[in-house]
Design a binder for this molecule. Structure first.
Ligand SMILES: [Zn+2]
Length: 155
């Protein structure tokens, strides 16, 4: 599968370009696309340089396999991805993480909370998704493998 990112509409907004690039890379990873075609457009050498600079950042660089520059001077760039099967099955497993239900101490809203893979007590700080109150969830797992979640105010 191939994705396309046309930078023409946002060519003069460096911040939006970086956001657009970050989004398309994430999308390619999620959808397991082989290739993203980036179209900076004709006569936009500076823009293309900016795109390359962004793609060269170490934290971005590790997400894709390689960059291919168009042989003619039209200005297209291709970002190639390699999707490792074993990595993918790990990612699939991560999507079926168990969740428990916790109740906000402040507004009594119920919300779901990710549970760890290992049955060891954990604490997690978060904001109530309903009222934004800082909460701490303390979870313990009993011998039957059932999680018990206690919620505390975390001021
Ligand atoms: Zn709340």
């Amino acid at each position: 599968m191939k994705l396309k990112l046309d930078l023409h509409p946002i060519f003069n907004d460096a911040e939006r370009i970086e956001t657009a690039l970050a989004e398309i890379i994430e999308k390619a990873l999620t959808m397991r696309a082989d290739e993203v075609e980036v179209i900076p457009g004709k006569g936009s050498g500076a823009l293309k340089k900016g795109v390359l600079r962004y793609l060269d950042k170490p934290q971005v660089r590790q997400k894709y396999h390689r960059i291919e520059k168009d042989s003619d001077n039209w200005g297209r760039l291709f970002i190639h991805f390699k999707h490792d099967r074993s990595q993918n099955s790990k990612a699939d497993q991560r999507q079926v993480i168990a969740r428990g239900t916790a109740t906000c101490m402040c507004c009594s809203a119920n919300f779901s909370c990710e549970l760890p893979d290992i049955p060891e007590p954990f604490r997690r700080d978060l904001l109530c998704p309903a009222c934004d109150t800082p909460l701490q969830i303390r979870g313990t797992c009993d011998r039957a493998g059932k999680w018990h979640l206690d919620v505390y105010l975390n001021y």
